[in-house]
Design a protein around this ligand. Structure first.
Ligand code: PMP
Length: 344
C-alpha cells in the first residue's frame, strides 16, 4: 500500500487547532437526566440535540456499503464534504485543486468560496480523461483532485484504470464523486478503499435512493481522512429528522425496484428520442440522465419551458454545445417530453 500521511497534507492551522467539543461529544453512556446542553426539557424528542456522529445511521450504511463506520463521514448532502475537503487541505490564496472540464459545477464554486484556485483540465472530445494533460497540471501547490465518475453532465464513467493511475501518480488526495454510481454497470471504488490511503469516495442519497430532499451525503475514506472532516464539521451537521428518515428510507428492495424501473425507462427514452428528427446525437450514459445534442439547444429549451417541461440547458458548457441534459423521469413525464419535442 502506498504511504500517505494525512498530517503532511492538512493545512497547518487545521492540524494545530482543537475541535469544538459539544455536550454530546463529552458524555457517552446511559443516563436519565440531561442537564448538560442547555436544551428545553419539554417538547421531546425535538428538544434534544441529535447524535453528532450519527452512529446508528453509519452502522446501517456500513452494512449496506461494506465499509467500516470509522471510514464513513455523513454530511448535509455531498456538497458538504466537497467543501470541507477544500477547507481542510488547501491553503486559501496559495494552493489549488484540479478537476475536469466539463464536470459538476460545485467543485469550482466551493474552491472559489474558499479562495482556492480551481484548475480545469478539459476532457477529450469523447469525454474521456486526458491523463497526460491532468498529470502535467500537477505541481507542488496541488492538494486535491476532484473526479466525477459517472461524470455530470456528460454521463460517462471516466474508467477505473485511468482513475487508478491518478491515485498512483498523485501523492495528494483524489476525490472520486460517485453520485451516479448506482445507475452504472461498472464497479464502485469503495471496493478499493483500503488499497488507496489518498482516496475519498463520495456518494449520496439524492439520486438512486430518491432522497434529495432530506440532504444526506456520504464520504468514504481512511479513518485518518475521515477524522480530519469530523474535526472541522459543524457539531450537529446532520439533523435528527434526516438521521431518522434516512434509516427508514434505506430500504434496499425499494431502491433496487425503482432503480430497475429507471434503467428500463432510460433505454426506452433513449430509443424514442433517437427517432425524433431534431435529436442529432445522444451520448452514452452510465447515469440517470442523457446528454442530448439538439442543435439549437437554447431554442428547444425555451419551447420546452413554454410547455412546462424543464430540462438542463448545457449549451454554454465546454464540449456540450447544442446539448440538453435530460433526467430520466417516469414514463408519463418522458412521454410529455417526447410529445413536445416531436411537435417542434
Ligand atoms: N455530485 C454530483 C456529481 C452531482 O451531480 C450532485 C447533484 N447534482 C451532487 C454531487 C450533490 O449531491 P447532494 O445532493 O448529495 O449534495
Amino acid at each position: 500500500m502506498k504511504a500517505f500521511d494525512v498530517n503532511v497534507w492538512m493545512r497547518p492551522n487545521i492540524r494545530a487547532m482543537q475541535p469544538y467539543s459539544s455536550a454530546r461529544d463529552e458524555f457517552h453512556g446511559s443516563a436519565s437526566v440531561f442537564l448538560d446542553a442547555n436544551e428545553n426539557p419539554y417538547n421531546a424528542p425535538y428538544n434534544r440535540y441529535p447524535d453528532p456522529m450519527q452512529w446508528r445511521l453509519k452502522e446501517r450504511i456500513s452494512e449496506i456499503k461494506g465499509v467500516p463506520v470509522e471510514s464513513i463521514f455523513l454530511g448535509n448532502g455531498s456538497d458538504e464534504p466537497i467543501d470541507l475537503l477544500l477547507r481542510a487541505f488547501c491553503e486559501p490564496g496559495k494552493e489549488k485543486m484540479l478537476t475536469t472540464d466539463p464536470t459538476y459545477g460545485m467543485y469550482q464554486v466551493a474552491a472559489e468560496v474558499n479562495n482556492v484556485a480551481c484548475v480545469k483540465v478539459p476532457l477529450r472530445e469523447d469525454f474521456s480523461l486526458d491523463l497526460p494533460a491532468l498529470l502535467a497540471r500537477i505541481d507542488d501547490a496541488t492538494k486535491l483532485i476532484y473526479l466525477c465518475s459517472p461524470n455530470n453532465p456528460t454521463g460517462n464513467s471516466l474508467g477505473h484504470d485511468v482513475i487508478r493511475e491518478v491515485l498512483r501518480r498523485f501523492r495528494g488526495i483524489v476525490v472520486v464523486d460517485e453520485a451516479y454510481i448506482d445507475f452504472s454497470a461498472g464497479p464502485s471504488f469503495l471496493r478499493e478503499l483500503s488499497e488507496w490511503p489518498n482516496l475519498v469516495v463520495l456518494q449520496t442519497l439524492s439520486k438512486a435512493w430518491g432522497c434529495a430532499a432530506i440532504r444526506l451525503g456520504m464520504a468514504f475514506a481512511s479513518p485518518e481522512i475521515i477524522g480530519v472532516l469530523n474535526k472541522i464539521k459543524y457539531p450537529y451537521n446532520v439533523n435528527l429528522l434526516t438521521q431518522e428518515k434516512a434509516l427508514e428510507l434505506l430500504d434496499e428492495d425499494r431502491m433496487r425496484t425503482q432503480l430497475a424501473q429507471i434503467l428500463q425507462e432510460r433505454t426506452r427514452l433513449c430509443r424514442d428520442l433517437s427517432a425524433i428528427p431534431l435529436v442529432r446525437r445522444i451520448y452514452p450514459t452510465d447515469a440517470n440522465f442523457l446528454l442530448v445534442d439538439v442543435g439549437d439547444a437554447d431554442g428547444v429549451y425555451h419551447k420546452l419551458v413554454e410547455e412546462g417541461i424543464i430540462v438542463r440547458n448545457r449549451n454554454r458548457v465546454t464540449l456540450c454545445r447544442g446539448c440538453l441534459r435530460i433526467t430520466v423521469g417516469t414514463p408519463e413525464e418522458d412521454d410529455r417530453l417526447l410529445e413536445a419535442l416531436k411537435n417542434m
